[in-house]
Design a protein around this ligand. Structure first.
Ligand SMILES: [Zn+2]
Length: 254
């Protein structure tokens, strides 16, 4: 019997797929007030003073495909094994995140993003197998995460897809938490460094929905540490404020 959810081995999605728009020029900035064809997205972040990141500004911060609370879509379906449910969702988050990153990849280069930034004073470090902390460019960091997650997804010992094979209840939760933390970092980088591109693609309702779903799922199954979302004192994670905002507006549970 194959998986109830139809999860099967698929080739790694082409993360370097050409962008759907053809050009993702940064010159046509969304902050300049001139909107592209169709209009409606030209905004000002408020001249003068420390400007708020665009992803925290209305209407972008609240744009979503789903109205209401995300709890309903993360609840464990009846008669479903919790590890299978988590595995299926991880696979979906991976696929969707990969697709978004593929769409903005032209803007995330060694020179535009020499560090894995996620806030005004926050750059994530990569831990080597020797437990050394090193700084990587964002594209290298993200490639490394995506390749290692792809390898895990393809590993029958970690993500079993054949009948009779069980999830390892000791190691699976640890692996999933690790993947979750890395995915959070990728979201945080995209919001921090590439939200304008997301707006150019008019993908903010999709991207916000994906991230809200990711946060709600992480909360439901305790896959996320609050300090990873908010950051340390004085070194905030940019998306920590988005998370707070969504909790206040009822999109996410308090
Ligand atoms: Zn980048």
């Amino acid at each position: 019997m194959t998986s109830f959810f139809g999860r099967s081995k698929t080739p790694r999605p082409n993360k370097r797929s050409p962008t759907p728009t053809g050009s993702l020029s940064r010159e046509n900035s969304m902050t300049e007030g001139s909107s592209g064809p169709g209009g409606g997205t030209g905004v000002s972040t408020g001249e003068g003073g420390a400007s708020k990141p665009l992803y925290l500004c209305s209407p972008f911060a609240d744009a979503a495909l789903v109205s209401g609370n995300f709890k309903t879509i993360v609840t464990l379906p009846k008669y479903t094994d919790i590890m299978e449910w988590v595995a299926v969702n991880i696979f979906d988050f991976y696929t969707n995140l990969n697709e978004f990153y593929g769409a903005i990849t032209e803007c995330c280069t060694q020179s535009s993003c020499p560090t894995m930034s996620a806030g005004p004073s926050l750059n994530y470090m990569w831990t080597t197998p020797e437990r050394k902390q090193i700084s990587l460019s964002a594209p290298t960091y993200i490639d490394s995460v995506m390749s290692s997650v792809q390898n895990l997804l393809d590993d029958e010992n970690v993500f079993p897809t054949r009948s009779g094979q069980e999830f390892n209840s000791q190691t699976f939760p640890v692996t999933i938490k690790h993947i979750y933390r890395q995915f959070l970092r990728i979201f945080a980088h995209i919001y921090h460094a590439h939200f304008e591109t997301i707006l150019h693609l008019r993908a903010e309702p999709h991207f916000n929905s994906l991230f809200a779903h990711f946060l709600a799922f992480g909360k439901e199954y305790q896959l996320l540490e609050e300090r990873d979302i908010k950051g340390e004192a004085g070194v905030p994670v940019g998306v920590g404020l988005l998370w707070e905002r969504w909790k206040e507006s009822g999109k996410l549970e308090h």
